[in-house]
Design a protein around this ligand. Sequence first.
Ligand code: COA
Length: 315
Amino acid sequence: MKLIGTGSAIPSKVVTNAMLSEFLDTGDEWIIPRTGIESRHVITNETVEDLGADACRKALDMAGLRPEEIDFFICSNVVNEYITPSLSCIIAEKLGLTCPCIDINCACPGFIYAMEIAETHFLAGKVRNVLIVSAEEPTRMTDWADRSTCVLFGDGAGAAVFTKGDNLKGIRLNARPDSSKIWQKRTLMPTPYVTKEESDVPLQMRGKEVFKFAVGASTTEVEALLKEVGLTKSDVSYYMVHQANLRIIDAIKKYLDEPDSKFPVNIRDHGNSSSASCAILLDECNRAGLFKSGDILVFSAFGAGLLSAAAVLEW
Ligand code: COA
């Protein structure tokens, strides 16, 4: 498949580290050296479905396609206010899409997982154009009294339109199932029959272990994927790495022994927007005119599951 359009949408409210220090024992001096985050966009009166629809409209505009020309719609999302219908159906209704649509919950690597599902449909000859959106509101998952998690996240949506082509050179998906490292639970409606204990638990994370998983998974998969598709690091123009933490990105950069200039970052003013992170970064770089024809982009993302994924895309 081939990428022909990108779009993104982010909430208008910007929350700086100094604003967090008004109600938490934290600030620039802890957050910046450990994460690189200076501010993040946080949902106030927006809905994640409106952000998702906005991002999709921009991507469709750039692709020059009408909603009825999309054959399959994939939405990557961890949480939103609706349990049913799916977020993809809600966004599809806003866009006037008429094609089948599905949600996937693959946490932060969701955009790459969605790319793999799209590519499979292209290879099966079932589609001409596929729309992907990653729409996320992780700021609604954390306990805002827990300084170790709430400072890390920001909200937003990123979208991409793919058509037939051979620009996607390869993808690797990986799972190391372990629900003890990053998890959150919510209660469902009570019934007269439920006897087990249930509770609402905000996002929990074992930060140091997740950090190690992220660096290990990313570097291993990037190296393996490049080998699989017959490329070397010198062929890579840009690494589009999940914007979870600048220190994670720095560690990956150091391990791969690649220069700063190959790692575009937007974490400073976005924080970690889960699966929307790679999609928003892609759109921002694209609209800034960073990529030229023939550039090799390597995507890498990791997160809850534990899941990780990498992809190689020729521009
Ligand atoms: N402000 C000030 N202090 C904070 C803080 C904050 N926002 N958050 C935590 N602390 C404190 C803790 O209470 C703890 O204090 P203690 O030692 O007195 O108990 C201390 O800082 C822990 O610091 P440190 O050990 O240096 O933390 P760290 O180096 O592990 O960094 C993370 C924490 C979360 C930044 C880091 O583990 C990380 O980035 N992990 C990966 C997280 C991630 O990206 N997850 C998403 C992947 S998709």
